[in-house]
Design a protein around this ligand. Structure first.
Ligand SMILES: N[C@@H](CCC(=O)N[C@@H](CS)C(=O)NCC(=O)O)C(=O)O
Length: 220
């Protein structure tokens, strides 16, 4: 009934979001992986969605594309899974930071591509990059602070906001980005999830290489 089309686990940050939401909410789904940027990839993608991109989600044969729209759809289909926080004010904040993440942070996206295989201390950190890193840290601290009594995630229990920021956690971890104590603690919470470990382990095993996502300076 639930079918999720994703890209390479090593690289596809957008795919990780709905995949992680489904996993963490215990929703069963079938997974189809399409290796991206090969000769045949675009046609394969277009067979699933007119946008020609992953992720794509099918519920009862109805296609839904774009990671945030997929997460919203899952929240609507499974209200009992509480994909958004339970109070209005936390939902408002969770939606705002999720949308901010979805539409912004282009310097992080362009400079620090998700790559599960990468482990390095990235430098130099430009002013623009540091600005975006600082804003993400501020979002995390503020969200964690508001709901620390109810759980270790951004809004207590795992929510769509955590799914939206998970690729950033993997990026910060890959590139040795310096963050404060509570942000580091949050990153460890995400990195220690069995689902995230599974995603990374499979990503590392993949053999395809996307050259633009391979940053080779300062490898350790
Ligand atoms: N805003 C979209 C972005 C989707 C996107 O850019 N996906 C990339 C992979 S992570 C893709 O499918 N690229 C393959 C292509 O454009 O051919 C989302 O949130 O799902």
């Amino acid at each position: 009934m639930n079918h999720l089309i994703i890209g390479n686990k090593n690289y596809s940050s957008w795919s990780l979001r709905p995949w992680l939401l489904l996993k963490e909410k215990g929703i069963e789904f079938r997974e189809t992986k399409i290796a991206l940027y090969l000769e045949e990839s675009k046609q394969e993608l277009l067979n699933y969605s007119p946008a020609g991109k992953v992720p794509v989600y099918f519920y009862k044969e109805i296609p839904v594309w774009d990671s945030l729209s997929i997460c919203e759809t899952i929240a609507e289909i499974y209200p009992e899974k509480h994909c958004w926080p339970s109070t209005f004010d936390l939902r408002a904040l969770a939606r705002s930071v999720s949308a901010e993440m979805h539409s912004g942070f282009s310097t992080i996206r362009n400079t620090l591509p998700m790559n599960c295989r990468t482990k390095m201390i990235f430098h130099p950190i430009s002013t623009e990059l540091q600005f975006e890193v600082d804003r993400i840290c501020e979002i995390w601290r503020n969200s964690l602070d508001k709901s620390k009594e109810t759980g270790p995630f951004l809004f207590g229990d795992f929510s769509i906001a955590d799914a939206m920021f998970a690729p950033i956690v993997l990026r910060f971890n890959s590139y040795g980005i310096r963050v404060g104590k509570s942000e580091r603690h949050y990153m460890n919470t995400i990195l220690n999830l069995d689902s995230v470990k599974e995603w990374i382990a499979e990503g590392i095993q993949e053999v395809e290489m996307i050259e633009e996502s391979e940053i080779r300076q300062n490898s350790i």
